[in-house]
Design a protein around this ligand. Structure first.
Ligand SMILES: [Zn+2]
Length: 133
C-alpha cells in the first residue's frame, strides 16, 4: 500500500487481529515522508453473500444498505455514524452462522439487526421495527 500523503511505499510496523470483528488492524509508516496511518483488513461480504427475500428473490448483500438502515434508526444519537459502523460489524459476525450455500435470508438479517439494536438502544430498535416489519 502506498502513502496517503505522498504516494511512496509504506511499511507495516504494528498489526493486531480484532478477533471480535474478524478484522486485522495495521499501522503503516511511509518510507519517504514518515507519515503514519492505519489500515483495516476485512472480508468483502458484499461479494460472498446473496440475500433471499421473502418472495424467494436473490439479491447481493450490501454492507452499505445494512449500515444505512441502522444509521437511520439512530438519528437521535450524536454518535450515530460510529455506532452504526460498530453495530454493522457485530451484526455481520452474528449472521455468519445463518449463511447456507452463500445465501442468507432477509428475515435473518432483520432479526439479527433487531436483537443487536434492542441491546444497544431501545428507541433505535423501535424505529427499526417500524420500518422493517
Ligand atoms: Zn509519504
Amino acid at each position: 500500500m502506498v502513502c496517503i500523503q505522498c504516494g511512496q511505499n509504506t511499511q507495516v510496523f504494528n498489526s493486531r487481529p480484532q478477533k471480535r470483528f474478524n478484522k486485522i488492524w495495521r499501522r503503516r509508516r511511509c518510507t519517504a515522508c514518515k507519515s503514519v496511518f492505519t489500515t483495516v483488513e476485512s472480508a468483502l461480504y458484499d461479494e460472498l453473500w446473496l440475500i433471499e427475500t421473502h418472495n424467494k428473490r436473490l439479491k447481493p448483500f450490501s454492507r452499505d444498505k445494512l449500515f444505512l438502515s441502522i444509521h437511520s434508526s439512530l438519528g437521535h444519537r450524536k454518535t450515530a455514524t460510529a455506532d452504526a459502523g460498530a453495530l454493522c460489524d457485530t451484526i455481520i459476525k452474528k449472521l455468519v452462522p445463518h449463511v447456507s450455500g452463500g445465501k442468507l435470508k432477509s428475515s435473518d438479517i432483520i432479526k439479527s439487526t433487531e436483537v443487536a439494536l434492542n441491546r444497544f438502544d431501545k428507541l433505535a430498535s423501535a424505529h427499526y421495527r417500524a420500518h422493517h416489519s
